[in-house]
Design a protein around this ligand. Structure first.
Ligand code: ASP
Length: 417
């Protein structure tokens, strides 16, 4: 029997995921057994340990490779080109994602005729957290204290990127002899961090197994039943965006086989799925994209950290589906103009949401308010949000990876000319 495929990381992670589902379901069914509670504590510990390892490498990896990446940029004009292309791609792909979601939710109409609103009694037990204003989040992009933004928990990725890019640009303006010590030092850090990520990635199958076992054993399957149509709609839309729309965009702009790249990115995508955090997955995303030199360090260190922070196709798509679903359940007619408002606010919300679990759910308040729906209604979908979050995070990371490949291609094309 041939077992070579078992050596491939994405298969190992896939098996970890499946085993996690099976063992989680088993433990959920035997929750009264006294051995189950300590076992679950152990899985929770293992999963958290893995996530902390992933987070541990993010700041030093991003800061060092971004600095080295900026130094590798041919001119500030090239930096501008990468910046503009990145912004255009992020906005364009997120808008398409929202449209995909809106098409599915309007066609399937998962909330029409649902009795969910009465049975959930959501008014009683849900405290709504108001997110920060989007303008304020934009302002905090400029860190008052760059050391603070490097040390911030959770990550202050935009502040970090903003400072390192400017620091990198000015480092190129001083004498080469002045720059050399700092360049050598940061280069050494970046090499060491890359090796560390390579080691952590090997733990992904077992980390994913722990995370999924804990999740499935806690959630079980009962909570999904009243929300089956919603789950079906959001899953179909996410799948369509992931396997048809984004590959189509990649093919149009790069003429490369998108599915080969998808396979290359799969360890990161499966980790995104299991952790529901694009920020925690970032080190893996960067590592996978650079395999076979498909994306250079320069582009990956600029586009991917930015993407993990502000480009969230999966979140954008989900916002549209969830808000229209809630409106359908509440019996609110959503006009075409209101759907347009959903399109724009979902884009803003996806830019503002952090790359951490449930960020999209909290930010949804902004869209609900914009079209006059009660914000407490998000309680309706709260129970299944973790699972939806897993799917949308994988799509978020895939869209970032697609953007990095497209921009890499365009930069290489420019260099060849
Ligand atoms: N969990 C998502 C992410 O990290 C954000 C969200 O909640 O939609 O990418």
């Amino acid at each position: 029997m041939k077992t070579a495929w078992l050596k491939e990381l994405h298969w190992q992670i896939g098996i970890g995921l499946l085993l996690g589902i099976v063992s989680g379901l088993y433990l959920h069914a035997h929750v009264m057994n006294p051995i189950v509670a300590p076992l679950l504590q152990f899985f929770e510990f293992g999963g958290e340990f893995f996530i902390r390892l992933l987070k541990m490498v993010v700041v030093p990896l991003v800061a060092s490779s971004l600095f080295i990446g900026i130094a590798g940029v041919n001119s500030s004009k090239e930096l501008g080109t990468i910046g503009i292309q990145t912004a255009v791609y992020f906005i364009f792909s997120s808008l398409i994602a929202i449209l995909v979601g809106l098409i599915f939710v309007n066609l399937i109409q998962p909330g029409v005729g649902s009795t969910l609103a009465e049975s959930l009694n959501y008014n009683d037990n849900f405290a709504v957290k108001k997110p920060e204003s989007l303008l304020k989040s934009f302002l905090t992009m400029v860190p008052e204290n760059p050391i603070g933004s490097m040390a911030a928990v959770p990550f202050d990725m935009l502040g970090l990127i903003f400072f390192v890019v400017i620091f990198g640009i000015f480092a190129m303006k001083v004498e080469a002899s002045v720059r050399k010590p700092i360049f050598d030092f940061v280069f050494a850090i970046s090499e060491i961090m890359t090796k560390m990520v390579g080691a952590i990635i090997k733990l992904a199958p077992i980390g994913v197994f722990f995370l999924v076992t804990k999740l499935v054993s806690t959630v079980g399957v009962d909570v999904f039943i009243p929300l089956l149509w919603y789950l079906l709609t959001v899953s179909l839309a996410l799948l369509a965006h992931m396997f048809l729309v984004l590959p189509g965009i990649i093919f149009i702009f790069t003429k490369q086989n998108p599915y080969k790249y998808l396979k290359q990115m799969s360890p990161a995508l499966l980790t995104a799925f299991s952790t529901a955090s694009s920020a925690a997955t970032l080190a893996l995303t960067m590592k996978c994209s650079q395999i076979n030199n498909r994306v250079s360090e320069k582009v990956s260190s600029l586009v991917l950290p930015l993407g993990a922070t502000i480009n969230m196709d999966g979140t954008a798509l989900y916002e549209g589906v969830a808000v229209i679903f809630i409106a359908q359940v509440l019996g609110h007619e959503v006009t075409l103009f209101q759907q347009f408002i959903v399109l724009i606010t979902a884009l803003l919300v996806s830019i503002g949401a952090a790359g951490i679990p449930h960020a999209g759910l909290v930010m949804m308040v902004i869209i609900l308010e914009a079209i006059g729906l009660p914000v407490e209604a998000t309680a309706m979908i709260w129970a299944v949000d973790r699972v939806v979050d897993m799917g949308r995070t994988a799509v978020n990371v895939w869209s970032d990876s697609a953007g990095a490949l497209i921009i890499e291609n365009s930069i290489r094309g420019n260099e060849d000319n």
